[in-house]
Design a protein around this ligand. Structure first.
Ligand SMILES: *Cc1c(COP(=O)(O)O)cnc(C)c1O
Length: 400
């Protein structure tokens, strides 16, 4: 298996804490999801640096594995994909709309599709498109109840009418109509059916206004797995392509999905302490008997949540050991037990990764802090070196 360290950040001298991204897991996950959705188009959502996995690496892998669209929140991420030579369709849905926006201008020059959720966004985008002498390609967003981006039903007629005018004037092309569900993470919630009914009415209103959107899209990961009737023309998959659970009580492994990201660090010190020893700041933990402690060189500056203290989540030498005492900024201790079971300096501690290999999953960490796996992986600090593993990873610069 090839092993490519893409980040030249003094990794050779670092403490060895590392994020490993198994791109073959991303590839397999995309293939599995692609085969279970009925939608003809598949968007890999790569916002947030591809949920911490690496924007360009994940984008290339997803495209090579059956995704035909990419989705980002911010325009800068969409533009970064283009600058990396990725030519596939990209939709971006979060930006500040002004007539002078250099970001919108560059996005349009780079053939990035924009989401439009208000007449204000439309006017700014159309103004820039007019200056460029080419139409902006857009997806109109309906606010179906999330009250985030998108136009509410009562504002929709004005948006579609204005969009049609701009099409006739040659400054706009409406390629899609879409919405994001307020109950996206609870597929069975009745609010979803209501929202989808509203969406279908909005699509009809767009057609009645003379628009011809090719792409209707609604579902994110949880609904891709559980509500196939919401597939429409395209699905937008985030968590599931990273092998994380998109909803409570959904085990990714049951759908053939596995986590791609593993965080590891070597133990940098092992020490024996007697009973009654306070560990870490404020002695929140006190040993009841002689213990071996291991020092792991990762802390909350690396994205390790303080709430993980006391949890049995670190895999060392094939067994789980608990975090003991407060997590510090750059380091924390693990309780290796009374004898340490042979644990030694240099042993690798797996913080989270693939449960099939015995590690805690990011979802387990998320549950331990009262959140979800996505919060755990998104917290991982950029200072940790990333290493990418994939048998057939394409070199940067290759256009997939
Ligand atoms: C993040 C996001 C997605 C992907 O959601 P997952 O639950 O991670 O699959 C899809 N659509 C929009 C608009 C999003 O913001």
């Amino acid at each position: 298996m090839g092993h490519i360290a893409l980040q030249e950040n003094l990794a050779g001298w670092s403490l060895g804490g590392q994020v490993s991204v198994d791109l073959s897991a991303i590839s397999d996950n995309v293939k599995a999801l692609r085969s279970l959705t009925r939608a003809p188009h598949f968007m890999a959502v790569v916002k947030g640096n591809a949920y911490g996995h690496g924007l360009v690496e994940v984008a290339r892998t997803a495209l090579a594995s059956g995704a035909d669209w990419l989705g980002t929140a911010q325009l800068t991420e969409a533009i970064a994909l283009r600058r990396a030579g990725i030519a596939a369709p990209v939709l971006s849905w979060l930006y500040l709309a002004t007539q002078t926006s250099a970001a919108i201008r560059e996005a349009l020059e780079h053939d990035v599709d924009l989401s439009l959720g208000s007449v204000h966004q439309l006017e700014a985008t159309v103004g820039i498109a007019r200056g460029l002498g080419r139409p902006a390609v857009v997806h109109l967003e309906l606010d179906s109840g999330l009250s985030r981006g998108g136009a509410r039903a009562e504002d929709w007629p004005e948006l579609v009418a204005r969009a049609r005018q701009a099409e006739l004037e040659g400054t706009l092309k409406v390629r899609g109509v879409w919405t994001h569900l307020a109950w996206a993470d609870i597929p069975a919630h009745p609010g979803n059916a209501t929202a989808v009914a509203g969406f279908e009415a909005a699509v009809q209103a767009a057609k009645d206004a003379g628009l011809e959107p090719e792409l209707r899209h609604v579902s994110s990961s949880a609904n891709i797995l559980q509500r196939r009737e919401f597939d429409f023309d395209m699905v937008r998959a985030g968590l599931a392509i990273y092998g994380l659970s998109p909803a409570d009580h959904v085990d990714p492994a049951e759908h053939g999905l596995r986590p791609a990201l593993t965080v590891t660090a070597p133990i940098v010190m092992v020490k024996k302490v007697p009973a009654g020893t306070g560990v870490s700041y404020e002695h929140r933990a006190i040993t009841h008997e002689p213990r071996l402690l291991g020092l792991v060189p990762l802390g909350y500056a690396d994205g390790i949540p303080k709430e993980i203290s006391g949890r049995n989540v670190v895999l060392i030498g094939g067994r789980r050991v608990p975090v003991i005492g407060k997590v510090c900024m750059d380091q924390f201790m693990v309780d290796l037990g009374p004898s340490g079971d042979g644990a030694a300096v240099g042993d690798i501690a797996v913080l989270f990764g693939d449960p099939a290999a015995g590690a805690a999953s990011a979802d387990e960490w998320g549950a331990a802090i009262g959140s979800h796996g996505d919060e755990i992986i998104n917290r991982i600090a950029p200072r940790l070196p990333r290493a990418y593993e994939c048998p057939d990873y394409q070199e940067p610069g290759h256009v997939a």
